[in-house]
Design a binder for this molecule. Structure first.
Ligand code: PLP
Length: 399
């Protein structure tokens, strides 16, 4: 058989998907599994989105659409960014992708040559490493442990950018930690970024409508407008509008860079499907009660999760302020045993938790922090309570 391309050997299946799959199989086998593993919002978009789709069927052109995105969708995206505190972008600054993941892959392809350096903090979203590896870029990871609330400091950033990496990638609110940078923290990072003009900036802000405690959403370009000429901001309908399966991602950035993404779109995806475009316009321009109510709901659940985890002796959960993840430090369990099984690390712990208590979580090592594990708390409230009780029970059984 002829050889596959070398890059396929560098690509790994998503660790999160592997656990979610095991959980699904256990459930299919009749086990009462609580799934805290996957970052699916667990709610559906408002009725106006489905109505828009029904109305569209009478107008279907059955044709290809624009590589950049339909003009009405681009306008809706421009307005969406303006409402998020980022006015002044035009259609020339915007394009779409099949979810933020594909848009990010496209962007990485547009910015990174083989051997180029991409810098990002850890804990990180798993795909950052995988995308860099597929493209043959060098990932330089900046450790941000629980002791610094999983946040990047300006001094760390300044030092990392000293070598003029090609790209700095930044995720706020964070998957997996749920950390949100305050206004002052973002302003301080912006002060550092302006000192390093040879580095592109990617702000993965897809959870920007899921921020609690009145912290608000902030982006470096708001503090240093000159950063707009080298900053790309990613957003998506997946998490905030309950539409992960619709696969709508979008990006704003400097016009010349975005044009390169449109050219890649013309070769990769051609366009978003027309029906998806209609749904996306309806979600962005229609009533905004879904993201608003969900933010309230998730912030309450966050409180329940943190309370339960902090009540376990030795477990520490830095308080998340956005998204729908908690990322407790569970390293107190390492070196102990559970019903005779040794728990040497996060992977052993997640495996034992799934096999004995039927609670699916993701080992922190998948996100670059092996002392922790990720809990996605989007499930129904009774499931949440059940899962938290089982985790408590698991820790109580450690010897
Ligand atoms: C930080 C982050 N960025 C991007 C994505 C991709 O989102 P999507 O492709 O569903 O728009 C995810 C999904 O989990 C994510 O957590």
């Amino acid at each position: 058989m002829p050889k596959l391309a070398a890059r396929t050997g560098r690509a790994k299946p998503s660790a999160i998907m592997v656990i979610a799959e095991t959980a699904k199989q256990l459930r299919a086998g009749g086990k009462d599994v609580v799934n805290f593993s996957i970052g699916v919002p667990n709610f559906l978009p408002g009725g106006h989105v489905y109505q828009a789709v029904r109305d569209w069927t009478a107008r279907d052109s059955g044709s290809y659409g624009s590589n950049r995105g339909a003009p009405a969708l681009l306008d809706a995206i421009v307005a969406h960014f303006a409402q998020s505190g980022l006015p002044g972008y035009t259609r020339d600054n915007v394009t779409v992708g099949i979810g933020a993941k594909q848009a990010l892959y496209n962007l990485a392809e547009a910015l990174l040559d083989e051997g180029d350096e991409i810098v990002f903090p850890s804990p990180y979203w798993t795909s950052y490493v995988d995308i860099a590896e597929i493209l043959g870029a060098k990932a330089k990871i900046l450790p941000c442990p629980p002791e610094q609330h999983y946040k990047l400091t300006p001094a760390q950033l300044d030092q990392a950018l000293g070598s003029d990496p090609k790209v700095f990638l930044f995720n706020n609110p964070s998957n997996p930690t749920g950390m949100v940078y305050t206004r002052d923290e973002i302003a301080a990072l912006a002060d550092v970024l302006v000192k390093h003009p040879n580095t592109w900036i990617i702000a993965d802000d897809i959870y920007n409508r899921l921020i609690f405690d009145g912290i608000g959403y902030h982006n470096v370009v708001q503090f240093k407008p000159e950063l707009r000429e080298r900053t790309f901001i990613m957003d998506s309908l997946s998490k905030t509008y309950g539409m992960p399966g619709w696969r709508v991602g979008f990006v704003v950035g400097p016009a010349a860079g975005v044009k390169a993404l449109v050219t890649l779109n013309s070769n990769h995806i051609t366009c978003l499907p027309e029906v998806v475009t209609e749904a996306a316009i309806a979600a962005l321009t229609g009533p905004q009660d879904v993201p608003t109510t969900k933010r309230e709901e998730f912030s309450k659940r966050r409180d329940d999760v943190v309370r339960a985890l902090e009540s376990i002796p030795g477990v520490h959960c830095p308080r998340p302020q956005g998204a729908f993840y908690a990322f407790p430090d569970i390293s107190v369990a390492f070196g102990k045993t559970h019903k005779g099984k040794p728990i040497a690390n996060d992977v052993d712990l997640c495996k034992a938790l799934l096999e004995d208590k039927f609670v699916a979580t993701v080992p922190g090592s998948a996100f670059g922090e092996p002392r922790s594990l990720r809990i996605s708390y989007t499930c129904a409230p009774e499931q949440l309570q059940k899962g938290l009780d089982r985790i408590k029970q698991f820790f109580a059984e450690l010897t």
